[in-house]
Design a protein around this ligand. Structure first.
Ligand SMILES: Cc1cc2nc3c(=O)[nH]c(=O)nc-3n(C[C@H](O)[C@H](O)[C@H](O)COP(=O)(O)OP(=O)(O)OC[C@H]3O[C@@H](n4cnc5c(N)ncnc54)[C@H](O)[C@@H]3O)c2cc1C
Length: 244
C-alpha cells in the first residue's frame, strides 16, 4: 500500500467504554487534509513510543467516527487493551488528553460503506469489531433517508457493551435502526440472546431477505458467520467482511 502522509494530532478526549476498551478522539490540525470513507482504517503511532530501530511503533485501527464528524476536525478510534503482550494497545491506554498521536491514512478499500446501496443493511459485530460498523451506522443515520439498518452485536455481557448509550439511543429514537445484542457469558437475569454470534445466527437468519451485510470481529467469528450466511443463500457479493 502506498504510504500516506502522517498527520500529527492531539488527543482531545478519551471515553472509557468498558474495562478493557476506550475510544480515543483525536483532534487534527485545522489545516490537515484528511478524508475517508466509513470502514477504512488508519495507522496510529505515538511520537515518543519507538521500536528498537528508533522508529515509531505503528498499528492499524479502524476509524470509528463518521466522515461527518470531520466537521469538528476529529477522528475516533476504539481500542481494546490486549493485556499481556499487547505492545501498542497497552501503551495508548496510558496516554492522556493533550498527548500527541500520529494518524497516517486512510487505508483500505475492500471494506467500505457503499452509500449508493439502498438494500436493508445488516451489520454483525463482535467485541471491538463494532468500531468500523459504528462509523458506517453513524454515516447512514446522518443522512436524509437511511435504508433499514439492523445491528447484531455480540459481546460477553453488559459490562463489555461498547457504545451502549449511543446504540441504545438509536434503538429508541431512530425507527429505521434496530439492535440485537447477544451475550456470550450472560449475567444472571439476562433474558436476551445468549451465545456467541455464530451460535445465535441460525435462529435469526434462516434465509436471504435481500440485505447487504457488513461483518467485523475476530477471524473465527467472521469465518463462521460468512459460512452460515452463504449456506442459507446470502450471495457472495452481498457479504463484506473485516477481521483482526
Ligand atoms: C485493518 C485493521 C483494523 C483494526 N482495527 C482495530 C480496532 O478498531 N480496534 C482494535 O482494538 N484493534 C484493531 N486492530 C488490531 C490492532 O491493529 C492491533 O493488532 C492490536 O491493537 C494489538 O496490537 P498490540 O501492539 O497491542 O499487540 P501486539 O504487541 O502486536 O501483540 C498482538 C497479540 O500477540 C500477542 N503477543 C505479543 N507478543 C507475544 C509473544 N512474544 N508471544 C506470544 N504472544 C504475543 C499479544 O498478547 C497480543 O494478543 C485492527 C487491525 C487491522 C489489521
Amino acid at each position: 500500500m502506498a504510504k500516506k502522509p502522517v498527520i500529527l494530532g492531539t488527543l482531545e478526549e478519551i471515553i472509557f467504554e468498558t474495562p478493557r476498551v476506550s475510544t480515543f478522539i483525536v483532534k487534527l490540525p485545522a489545516e490537515a487534509d484528511f478524508s475517508f470513507i466509513s470502514g477504512q482504517f488508519a495507522m496510529l503511532s505515538l511520537p515518543d513510543f519507538l521500536n528498537d530501530k528508533g522508529r515509531p511503533v505503528r498499528r492499524a485501527y479502524s476509524i470509528a467516527s463518521s466522515p461527518h464528524d470531520l466537521v469538528g476536525k476529529t477522528v475516533s478510534f476504539t481500542i481494546t487493551r490486549k493485556g499481556e503482550g499487547g505492545y501498542f494497545s497497552n501503551r495508548i491506554h496510558e496516554a492522556r488528553v493533550g498527548d500527541s498521536v500520529s494518524v497516517e491514512g486512510p487505508y483500505g478499500s475492500a471494506f467500505v460503506l457503499d452509500r449508493q446501496d439502498s438494500r436493508p443493511h445488516l451489520f454483525i459485530a463482535a467485541g471491538s469489531g463494532i468500531a468500523p460498523l459504528r462509523s458506517m451506522i453513524r454515516t447512514l443515520l446522518a443522512e436524509g433517508s437511511p435504508p433499514p439498518i439492523e445491528l447484531l452485536y455480540g459481546f460477553r455481557n453488559e459490562d463489555d457493551f461498547i457504545y451502549a448509550r449511543e446504540l441504545k439511543g438509536y434503538q429508541s429514537n431512530r425507527p429505521r435502526f434496530s439492535l440485537l445484542t447477544a451475550h456470550s457469558r450472560p449475567a444472571e437475569g439476562w433474558d436476551g440472546l445468549a451465545g456467541r454470534i455464530p451460535e445465535v445466527l441460525p435462529a435469526l437468519y434462516g434465509s436471504y431477505k435481500g440485505q447487504v451485510v457488513y461483518i467485523c470481529g475476530h477471524p473465527e467469528m467472521v469465518t463462521q458467520t460468512v459460512e452460515w450466511l452463504r449456506s442459507v443463500g446470502f450471495p457472495e457479493e452481498a457479504v463484506r467482511k473485516e477481521q483482526w
